[in-house]
Write a new protein. Structure first.
Length: 176
């Protein structure tokens, strides 16, 4: 049983995290073994994400305290975990989605991105988007493609000119 002081500490901690977050993904972790949860926590920590488990009533109190009255976790099935990201909005959705593919017991339920409530389908769609690094790499490739084409065209003309001059030079010596 949790004491009132412990509940206050949990509420304060959760409220602080909810105020700082860029995104939160709510998941049902019912059925996961301790080892699976530890493995998940390690993956999340490696990306700088927070993973926390709390009672539904405490989560709802925190959501109301930060002004997110549109979302109530009492309606959600199972035991609820929260995964917080303070920098990358997509990271928690991606990691939880990939983990849930290997561990069917973990179910993504809903989430918040920039304090907007997203459905399960929207979170999964977000998880399937390419990462920021992949998108930036594609952008750089798209920007550099025309320049590469121009460079290849110019190189081709110069190579043709050099090849032509090499073929003309021996004939000039032979005539002299």
């Amino acid at each position: 049983m949790i004491t009132k002081e412990q509940k206050k500490a949990i509420i304060k901690d959760l409220t602080d995290k909810l105020k700082k977050q860029k995104s939160v993904v709510f998941a049902d972790y019912t059925g996961l073994t301790v080892n699976q949860v530890q493995k998940l926590r390690q993956q999340l920590r490696a990306d700088g994400l927070d993973y926390q488990v709390a009672k539904k009533t405490l989560i709802d109190l925190c959501l109301k305290e930060v002004g997110l009255k549109d979302l109530s976790v009492k309606d959600l099935q199972g035991q609820i975990s929260l995964t917080f990201s303070y920098q990358d909005e997509v990271a928690p959705a991606k990691i939880l989605y990939n983990f849930s593919k290997e561990n069917e017991s973990l179910k993504i339920l809903t989430g918040l991105v920039n304090n907007q409530v997203l459905s399960q389908e929207e979170i999964i769609n977000l998880a399937q988007l390419p990462s920021r690094a992949e998108l930036l790499a594609k952008l750089v490739g798209s920007i550099s493609a025309p320049m590469s084409g121009l460079l290849n065209a110019l190189e081709g003309n110069i190579k043709s000119l050099i090849y032509l001059l090499k073929n003309i030079k021996p004939e000039t010596k032979a005539n002299a």
